[in-house]
Design a protein around this ligand. Structure first.
Ligand code: SF4
Ligand code: SF4
Length: 67
């Protein structure tokens, strides 16, 4: 099992293109015309979304350590 992570968006960079939501195999990201949303309980920590974002708006934070 990979380390459990939380995905965090940099809202200054994200332009809501939906690319990350489209590649997420677990449907853990939802993008609408007004907001980016992450569902921790669905995320399988694969990191595909981070690499898919064209503007580098996503980062991973380890879960279980202080936030
Ligand atoms: S790490 Fe994987 S499962 Fe989690 S939101 Fe990104 S693409 Fe989806
Ligand atoms: S791929 Fe990047 S820019 Fe596009 S919606 Fe996701 S976080 Fe935002």
């Amino acid at each position: 099992m990979p380390e459990k992570i939380k995905i965090v968006v940099n809202e200054d960079r994200c332009y809501l293109c939906g690319g990350c939501a489209g590649v997420c195999p677990a449907l853990a990201i939802k993008v609408s015309s007004t907001k980016w949303e992450f569902f921790q309980e669905k995320c399988i920590s694969c990191r595909i979304c981070i690499n898919a974002c064209p503007v580098g708006a996503l980062t991973a934070k380890p879960l279980g350590v202080s936030e």
